[in-house]
Design a protein around this ligand. Structure first.
Ligand code: GLA
Length: 716
């Protein structure tokens, strides 16, 4: 064994390099970084600093310099955007990898350059020993988000196997609470609040999609912070593949969160000259609680999507899944379309079952041609029927998948994302198609392109119904990273060819909800669970990441298919109102009174959708026992609002507590009107000032569990 050091190695100096502080930010937020080490360290992230503070930036470094500590290394290793073990950091490093033989496994970077252009700070650092170059970018957007990303370049002459490149954000020590999200199929975005005072919390997602289990979103908050008060720091990994989240309190008291792509062993190999860019981490800071932080995330979706349709009114859709499942029959579907248009539906989405041999979930995936057995004349008769009714037509696809029982698999078994020599693990009778395989990609693109070219399709529901297991590319290495990129490319290419087609991101419900997929899709399917009770919670959690207009929310049948609960139409309607409304119910079974009520609820949605989809979404904490939830949308000029108060279960108190409706203009008088949901309940309207509404509140009515009321507020 060669024990000799072949490369001279500098000792990490115990004398810190003189800090170089840079500021980015605007009236919404300030970020101050020390860039002297080459990889920026955030020294401050919070409320905008005034001119005098900015003129005296260096004081921050002097005043906050940490003492050397006993019992640890001499160097005080900063929590940089990419902390390096080679610098002495004993936390989880932000970078991991090695060259053949395990060399250069712990890089240490030095300053090369740093520039601030507008609100963007770009730093370049280099490790001349490991021959790696690291570029980090931090940017404050005009809408109040902070964007961080890093790119590693292999400037050496051998391959570099990258095992991890994540973004690390330091968290102030006064943030003593952590908010994280867990879930499962049909129960997504469940919020958890826990102490953040010692040890670490981590979540690993290796499902090959954003996942139901671990929404890549994390908030650290001050103890007393709530929806309206207190400092909150949030971070979202904008990525639709595997991920790792970590929040840790170091033994010296410092805290950080770290977010990055989870890479399997050998998954990412950088050949000389190649580079790897992390997914973007989208940060939010707020001094007024979670509502304001999550509104910044909403603006990020609203303002960054370049697709024109996102600004169009979100059409009420009928989705055929829970109405007919695989039982496709042209005359029944035409009758369903008649019934849909009769209640005010504007878009008819034909779900799974229209293609190849897809008569159940055992076969047909991969064969994206209209089934001649079910649609002997193609889709044209159905589409023209739908269009004559004034609706547009949407269709379901699952392009990343293949059933072993399909023409595609029989012709190309080698196109699956699976490891040669092993029996692949099936899920829902299907396998993942390797879209990083150029021929597989080209084949699927051709089929989808033809589908969209040959049929007048306005909308695509893009599904992804199984997790990656042993996902292996054609070269034998783990393939989830390449697959995730290929999916983005496929959507982008289809969008470019069919720019007017809207796309919904679905993955067995809410398995693919993130800001990167939303750069190329207009809607997410929030959950396969249409039970309004569950939906109140799922949508509340999801609203912490995305705005209402992209959050699919359907009125399901009276008995929910995923839970067996029975709920009133007014409760189902009030719940679906706060999203992109749809209907997923066999409308051929409706009584006249149900039809009338549904028409009325859809009418309300159309009346209020402009407000719902452009205003600021706010959540209220109305009970301490979670027996009721309230939320609403306030117009950006704060003169109008639509709110919901929903009773979920029986409460400790017989009468609900007063509901303090914050967020309105103190001096303005608002007329508060209960919005009739088509049931018999009636309530008097009244007028109150914004200050009265916020400080005194209103008495919510006594409601049965699983019922809701809507109120409309309008300034005089
Ligand atoms: C997934 C989706 C459903 C439906 C089915 C069809 O489960 O989430 O909405 O489209 O697939 O197979």
């Amino acid at each position: 064994m060669d024990l000799q050091l072949t490369v001279p190695c500098a000792v990490v100096s115990t004398q810190p390099v003189r800090p170089i502080l840079k500021h980015i930010g605007d009236s919404r937020q300030s970020v101050v970084c020390d860039v002297s080490g080459g990889v920026p360290t955030i020294m401050y992230w919070g409320a905008a600093l005034n001119a005098a503070s900015l003129a005296n930036l260096d004081a921050i470094a002097t005043a906050t310099a940490r003492p050397n500590m006993p019992g640890v290394t001499d160097a005080i290793n900063a929590i940089t955007l990419v902390p390096c073990h080679g610098d002495g950091a004993t936390m989880r490093p932000g970078i991991g990898g090695h060259r053949p033989g395990g060399r250069h496994w712990a890089p240490r970077f030095s300053f090369v350059s740093c520039e601030v252009v507008g609100q963007q700070l770009i730093s370049i650092a280099r490790d001349d020993v490991a021959q790696l170059e690291l570029e980090t970018k931090l940017e404050c957007s005009a809408w109040g988000t902070l964007h961080a990303a890093a790119t590693l370049r292999n400037v050496g002459e051998s391959r570099y196997l990258l095992t991890n490149l994540s973004i690390t954000l330091p968290v102030v020590e006064s943030a003593t609470q952590l908010l994280t999200f867990s879930g499962r199929w049909a129960r997504e975005a469940q919020l958890h609040r826990r102490d953040f005072v010692d040890r670490a919390w981590t979540a690993e997602n290796r499902t090959g999609r954003t996942s139901h289990e671990h929404l890549p979103l994390i908030f650290a908050t001050e103890r007393a912070a709530d929806e309206w008060n207190g400092q909150v720091w949030g971070a979202h990994l904008a990525w639709s593949g595997n991920s790792v989240l970590l929040a840790e309190v170091l033994p010296d008291g410092r805290k950080y969160v770290q977010l990055g792509e989870l890479l399997h062993a050998g998954e990412l190999c950088l050949e000389p000259g190649e580079s790897y860019a992390t997914p973007e981490v989208i940060g939010v800071w707020s001094g007024n609680g979670l509502n304001s932080a999550t509104q910044a995330l909403h603006r990020n979706v609203r303002l960054r999507s370049h697709h024109p349709t996102v600004l169009q009114p979100r059409k009420v859709m009928l989705n055929t899944w829970e109405a007919v499942y695989f039982d496709h029959d042209l005359s029944r579907l035409c009758a369903l379309a008649d019934a849909a248009s009769n209640v005010g539906v504007e878009r008819f989405v034909l779900d799974d079952g229209w293609f190849g041999s897809r008569r159940n979930d055992k076969s047909g995936l991969g064969d994206w041609f209209v089934s001649p057995d079910v649609y002997p004349d193609g889709l044209a008769p159905l589409i023209s029927h739908v269009q004559k009714l004034g609706m547009d037509f949407g269709i379901w696809v699952e392009p990343e998948m293949v059933n072993p029982d399909s023409e595609l698999f029989r012709a190309h078994p080698e196109w699956v994302l699976a490891a040669t020599g092993y029996e692949p693990v099936l899920a829902r009778n299907q396998l993942v198609l390797n879209l990083a395989h150029p021929d597989a990609y080209a084949h699927i693109y051709r089929q989808l392109d033809a589908l969209l070219a040959e049929n007048d399709i306005a909308y695509v529901k893009w599904d992804m119904n199984r997790a990656h297991v042993h996902a292996t590319g054609s070269d034998g290495a783990a393939g989830t990273h390449n697959q995730t990129r290929a999916v983005y490319q496929l959507i982008d290419q289809l969008r470019a060819a069919h720019p007017n087609v809207e796309i919904e991101s679905c993955a067995s419900g809410g398995g693919r909800i993130d800001h990167e997929i939303l750069r190329r899709t207009e809607r997410v399917w929030t959950s396969d669970c249409n039970d309004a009770l569950e939906r109140q919670i799922i949508q509340r959690g999801t609203s912490m990441l995305v705005p209402l207009e992209v959050m699919g929310a359907h009125i399901g049948p009276p008995t929910a298919h995923t839970t067996g609960r029975r709920q009133s139409l007014s409760f189902r309607g009030a719940t679906a109102m706060f999203g992109h409304m749809g209907v997923e119910w066999n409308l051929l079974t409706l009584r006249d009174d149900q039809q009338m009520q549904l028409r009325h609820i859809i009418g309300l949605y159309k009346q209020h959708r402009e407000l719902l989809h452009s205003g600021d979404f706010v959540r209220y904490d109305v009970t301490s026992d979670n027996s009721a939830v309230a939320h609403g949308v306030i117009s950006t000029d704060k003169r109008k609002a639509l709110m919901s108060y929903a009773q979920l279960s029986t409460a400790q108190g017989l009468v609900p507590s007063l509901w303090k409706i914050h967020g309105l203009l103190s001096d303005i008088e608002y007329t508060v009107t209960y919005v009739p949901l088509g049931d018999s309940r009636e309530h008097a309207s009244f007028t109150m000032t914004g200050a009265q509404l916020g400080r005194i509140g209103i008495q919510p009515p006594m409601l049965f569990p699983e019922s809701a009321v809507l109120i409309h507020l309008e300034s005089q």
